[in-house]
Ligand binder design. Structure first.
Ligand SMILES: Cc1cc2nc3c(=O)[nH]c(=O)nc-3n(C[C@H](O)[C@H](O)[C@H](O)COP(=O)(O)OP(=O)(O)OC[C@H]3O[C@@H](n4cnc5c(N)ncnc54)[C@H](O)[C@@H]3O)c2cc1C
Length: 419
């Protein structure tokens, strides 16, 4: 008795997120008999949770600027994004009954504010082109011979195929599919994996006061990490440290520094005033509001709990009036408010990481086809690739654009095309 079931197909897509669903539909549309294997009971679990269930699908930055925002460099993401740019994604959704809106004129969401509508559209497209979607199917092994893929195995199921698209996502939110098993498959194909670290994740502060202000929100903070990285926008204090848009885009680089044994320090400006502006402000207060407390003066534009914590950290008594501030105290105060050096002890971990930094190196993949440079017949798409997408719709756009390119390339036998 044969305990194994063999499924023959032209193309096997592994992973049913936005990248895998887009890849499978594109491969099937180009005439390939396509199977999609998804580990969870149903595809698209992470997509359903995206944007707090509202799904920030993309944004309206001009294309060249959009492509520039990926840390891997625009040359790698360009072919996929130019073949299916943000504007095309908006049009595709709208034309297929999922109109898109940008309430702030920039971030795009389905008008219904339901991620499920986006998922249903991707699933319907798979159905329309006859993709065979197999849920609860965890692919564990790739079968290769002479540097070319021959198939894959998932328990007792064997796939017999010459084309495989790896679209297994990253490691964030394990309950939504982020388990990193795709990296093992890529390793079997001969790829080296850049150590995955959590990205788009809150950071744990090494200073106690920073975890004692949960819920305090600053609308216009600036956070710097090293000379090159700057995050600007909302900053939110959490039970462990800091989070929010000003922090999230830096978090992957901070996590990388931590993984390398570093002790990263962020320079935080809580209301985006520089040191000179603070000095001017304080001089003004000393002249015109000398008998008022610093706590009250600084508290006019910043939450009082933060002001108290920063005065304390700067060693300035909260009730000290402006006129009696000594020169050395003024300097400590200026640096605490305009560029506080906040040491970071860790991240909030994979459970809360909206993305992954690391994975398969773009240098091992043809940008023009997303075919592996290492194993013939293997293509890669989505978050598995180390592209370093920031917050704001860049991840889903990359997943869909790269999925479409990988699927279309598989349909053209794209391994032979150079990227
Ligand atoms: C809470 C949250 C909110 C987010 N919000 C946004 C947002 O608003 N906008 C945005 O652009 N991005 C957002 N993201 C990021 C975005 O959702 C992901 O980058 C995107 O889903 C990646 O798509 P993917 O198809 O590459 O991977 P995934 O969506 O992770 O899909 C990969 C799939 O592969 C399956 N899989 C893995 N290994 C195997 C295997 N061995 N065999 C079979 N199946 C396997 C997994 O179960 C999973 O379903 C958010 C992420 C999270 C966690």
């Amino acid at each position: 008795m044969n305990l194994f079931q063999t499924i023959r197909c032209d193309c096997l897509v592994i992973g049913g997120g936005p990248a895998g669903l887009s890849a499978a539909a594109a491969a099937a549309e180009s005439g390939l008999n396509t199977v999609l294997a998804e580990f969870l009971p149903s595809p698209g679990r992470k997509l359903l949770a995206s944007g707090s269930g509202k799904c920030n699908v993309t944004n309206r930055l001009p294309l060249e600027e959009f492509a520039r925002r990926y840390q891997c460099g625009m040359h790698f993401v360009r072919p996929a994004l130019y073949a299916f740019p943000p504007e095309a994604l908006e049009k595709f959704l709208t034309a297929n009954g999922v109109p898109v809106v940008a309430p702030d004129g920039f971030h795009c969401f389905p008008k219904s504010m339901r991620a499920g509508d986006v998922l249903n559209l991707l699933l319907n497209r798979c159905r329309r082109f006859g993709v065979n979607v197999i849920p609860e199917c965890r692919v564990e092994t790739l079968n290769l011979a002479n540097g070319a893929v021959r198939g894959a195995s998932a328990g007792a199921v064997r796939f017999d195929t010459g084309r495989i698209i790896l679209a297994c996502g990253g490691m964030g939110y394990p309950a939504l599919g982020g388990r990193g098993s795709g990296y093992e498959l890529a390793r079997q194909a001969g790829h080296e994996i850049i150590q995955p670290v959590p990205a788009l994740v809150g950071l744990k502060s090494a200073e106690k006061w920073a975890s004692q202000l949960p819920g305090v929100l600053l609308p216009d903070a600036t956070v710097r990490f090293g000379k090159k990285l700057t995050g600007r926008g909302e900053l939110i204090f959490t039970h462990t440290g800091i989070s929010g848009p000003a922090v999230l885009d830096l978090s992957g680089s901070v996590a990388r520094a931590l993984a390398n044994g570093g002790e990263p320090i962020l320079e935080c400006s809580w209301e985006s005033r520089n040191a000179g502006e603070y000095r001017e402000r304080i001089s003004y207060w000393q002249k015109h509001a000398g008998n008022r407390s610093l706590k009250g003066l600084l508290g006019a534009t910043l939450p009082s709990a933060l002001v108290r914590a920063l005065l304390d950290a700067a060693g300035v008594p909260a009730e000290r009036c402006a006129a009696r501030l000594r020169a050395e105290e003024r300097e400590r105060l200026v640096s605490a408010f305009s560029g506080y050096p906040l040491p970071i002890a860790g991240t909030d971990g994979w459970e809360k990481a909206m993305a992954t930094a690391g994975g398969v190196s773009p240098s091992e993949v043809h940008a023009g086809t997303l075919a592996s440079r290492i194993a013939e017949g293997v293509f890669l798409a989505g978050e598995m690739l180390d592209v370093g997408a920031p917050c704001g719709g860049y991840n889903i756009q990359w997943a869909v654009s790269s999925g479409r390119l990988a699927g279309a390339s598989a349909g053209r036998g794209g391994t032979r095309l150079k990227g």
